[in-house]
Write a protein that binds this ligand. Structure first.
Ligand SMILES: NC(=O)c1ccc[n+]([C@@H]2O[C@H](COP(=O)([O-])OP(=O)(O)OC[C@H]3O[C@@H](n4cnc5c(N)ncnc54)[C@H](OP(=O)(O)O)[C@@H]3O)[C@@H](O)[C@H]2O)c1
Length: 114
């Protein structure tokens, strides 16, 4: 395994990007706060009325609906439970993806297994 550290990357390439983190659970909370602490422009995309919405607001995050976050973002980082990703992607994210956007995951199960 190759490990990457701060010195291996040039954070300037994302400095002017808007990053939507979809989901605020185990991974979403940690990763979005990490990126926000690093000075990046992060929007947390959640469903209104869900239990994590208020938590993200209380953490001081910029919270929007999944659709609003996807539409505003250059980079859409999907951190939902794997079994929900297909439906949410097709219905709430895909309509807002534009050419040049980046979509990323922290486990690509759905992609890897088709
Ligand atoms: N957990 C780990 O240790 C770990 C480690 C490595 C990689 N991963 C990967 O990271 C990704 C995220 O995993 P996780 O464990 O962080 O997930 P998680 O904690 O279960 O994610 C919960 C978040 O997903 C939202 N969510 C759940 N169902 C939804 C739906 N139908 N529509 C909209 N939002 C929904 C929840 O919103 P509400 O509050 O509204 O329900 C909450 O913000 C997965 O791909 C997983 O394989 C996880």
């Amino acid at each position: 395994m190759k490990m990457y550290y701060d010195d291996d990357v040039d954070a300037e390439v994302v400095a002017d990007k808007t990053i939507a983190v979809i989901g605020y659970g185990s991974q979403g909370r940690g990763q979005s706060r990490n990126m926000a602490d690093s000075g990046l422009n992060v929007i947390v995309g959640l469903r209104e009325g869900g239990s994590s919405w208020q938590k993200a607001v209380d953490d001081g995050m910029n919270v929007k609906t999944i659709e609003e976050a996807a539409e505003a973002a250059d980079i859409i980082h999907i951190l939902l439970p794997d079994e929900t990703q297909e439906k949410v992607y097709k219905e709430q994210i895909a309509p807002y993806v534009e050419a040049g956007n980046t979509i990323s995951f922290s486990h690509g199960y759905n992609i890897h297994f088709g």
